[in-house]
Design a protein around this ligand. Structure first.
Ligand code: IYR
Length: 219
């Protein structure tokens, strides 16, 4: 039997809804992915609150199939940078198709990833393909990619809202994260979120987002 409790819903006046919707857009549209990070420290409590936001995300059957490893240890960051750069070297000088490299050209990315050591936090996000309880019994999770993607989106929005910058980094393949961070085999690395303040001289590519009429149809 489901245990149903009253919804704690707060309704706003329509005018206030308009304002809130616009203000949230104004806040979110200022977010940029950056690749030049300052090494300036970030208080742990700020990141913790943002992780609490991620943990509120909806998930398939409320299984919450995610695990976040917050890396601030310099030695571990160095190991991650070494392993990531090794994969990226192979990607940029072999694995990537020329179509893919052309698509990346406007971003100016290459195999060098100094931000993996510069930034105060690397958040390695793992997706639990299935769960394992204390007795070693396995159970299924549902819509794992969707669930972890939503939680990651919440986390990126929360970090931006708090005044921090992020980079969604996906070295591919990134199985090395399991060994370096000692995560079990039911957890798959989903992405590596680089978190911190932008460097003083941080620059970003001149990109634009699609207009609403390009991405939305009303029926
Ligand atoms: N993982 C590589 C390549 C890369 C791929 C995509 I798709 C991007 O949007 C950006 C980079 C790297 O991090 O450089």
């Amino acid at each position: 039997m489901p245990n149903l409790i009253p919804l704690n819903y707060r309704e706003y006046a329509l005018a206030e809804m308009q304002t809130r919707a616009r203000q949230f857009f104004d806040m979110m549209k200022a977010r940029r992915t950056i690749r030049d990070f300052s090494s300036r420290p970030v208080p742990r409590e700020i990141v913790e609150h943002c992780l609490r936001v991620a943990a509120t995300a909806p998930s398939g059957a409320n299984k919450q199939p995610w695990h976040f490893v917050i890396v601030s240890d310099a030695e571990i960051k160095t190991q991650i940078r070494r392993a990531a750069e090794e994969e990226e070297r192979e990607f940029y000088h072999g694995r990537a198709t020329s179509e893919w490299l052309d698509a990346l050209a406007p971003l100016g990315t290459d195999e060098h990833k100094p931000f993996l050591e510069d930034a105060p936090y690397l958040i390695a996000i793992f997706a639990e393909s299935y769960s394992v309880n204390e007795n070693g019994e396995k159970s299924k999770n549902y819509y794992v990619q969707e669930s972890v993607g939503i939680a990651t989106g919440f986390l990126i929005a929360a970090l931006h809202h708090a005044g921090l910058a992020t980079l969604t980094h996906t070295p591919s393949p990134m199985n090395f994260l399991n060994s370096i961070l000692q995560r079990p085999t039911n957890e798959r690395p989903f992405l590596l979120l680089v978190v911190g303040f932008p460097a003083e001289d941080a620059r970003v590519p001149n990109l634009s987002k699609k207009e609403l009429n390009e991405i939305v149809s009303w029926r």
